[in-house]
Design a protein around this ligand. Sequence first.
Ligand code: SAM
Length: 400
Amino acid sequence: MSHFSEYKDLIQVGDLALVWISRDNIKPVTITAGETFNTRYGSFPHDDMIGKPYGSQIAVRTKGSNRFGFIHVLQPTPELWTISLPHRTQIVYTPDSSYIMQRLQCSPHSRVIEAGTGSGSFSHAFARSAGHLFSYEFHEVRYEQAKKEFEEHGLFRDGNVTITHRDVCHDGFTIKNTDKTTFFDGKSAEEAQQPACIGADVIFLDLPAPWDAIPNLDCVISQNSKTSMCCFSPCIEQVDKTLEALEKHGWTEVEMVEIQGRQYESRRQMVRHLDDALQRLRDVRERKQVGVERRKRMFNKIISDQEEPYEERPETPKTQFNPFGKGSRVKEGDSNYSWKEVSKVESEIKSHTSYLTFASKIVHKARNEELVQSIIEEHKDVTPESTLPGKKDKKQSVNK
Ligand SMILES: C[S@@+](CC[C@H](N)C(=O)[O-])C[C@H]1O[C@@H](n2cnc3c(N)ncnc32)[C@H](O)[C@@H]1O
């Protein structure tokens, strides 16, 4: 099982853990006896982590002070990996990936094509949920890095991830047994004798020119079930070209969506009355009048040639609380004032805003009587329990 798909209670030697230092600072660490994890808040021996439950807070006294620095040791998940991974490209963040996965109905039955792999952010989420993920990347260094990361994270161990070094626009998606640049389960396609059939029913294209890859999909998508696709493009011009290609190649149910990630914070806002506003206007007018008269007196002293034209500013009472501008501050929720509950939007939330173009395709629309009969025959004497699908069960559909 991979670090990302198994649940463990205790931190053990050899585990990949994600160390939460702050919201924007999460670091991957392989737990090793005798090693130390250094941060600006202190040095944390791995030995203090080993044997503790995941989620534990580890504290160390800061040198020369009575303060403590602390971290939390967390179990890796695709969501945490997305906010901690080393960026090699723009990545897909969880607000987008979670929506896309549910729109594409990605499940343990799904056979998924993803291009390109990029920094592998979305690949981790697909690998956790899909029956099989076929990921493609044409940039050699990125492909090698992603392959290494997938190996280190145990993604190949579950046997449901294949990565291919390929330009999918030029060379398509088909995988042959002889391919030396396709890896899964730690072996090349050639060594593993992987069958060339992909039969994808979920497609995710995060490419600069998805319209060049779309014509290459027909021979690798499922022939007997509906295939759903999402193209992730930052510019509307790209969407326009993608729509043209989708229409030309028989994709239907086309819809474009944009995700706006927002985090809402619950706050209290003071209730302001009309009387407060009127009082404020009266105050402003009175203060203005006092100022005008003071300046008039100073001017008269100058023209009557008196010495000392300067007149001290009159002592004005200390500014009271002013609900409409500057004034003494009132603590949020102060019981001397009335408040209403509101929610405020936190603007900084990471979701790379792209346009998501969804479409679907059914290759054979007619009912295949032969297939229906064979499925009925197959299931005639089978108990309901034994028909429950497992993670690697293939979907059997009767559309042909
Ligand atoms: C924006 S990144 C993908 C990020 C990825 N979805 C993630 O969440 O980390 C796009 C990737 O597609 C790759 N790419 C671009 N054109 C390609 C092609 N024709 N075939 C394969 N990969 C391609 C690029 O090298 C780049 O790494």
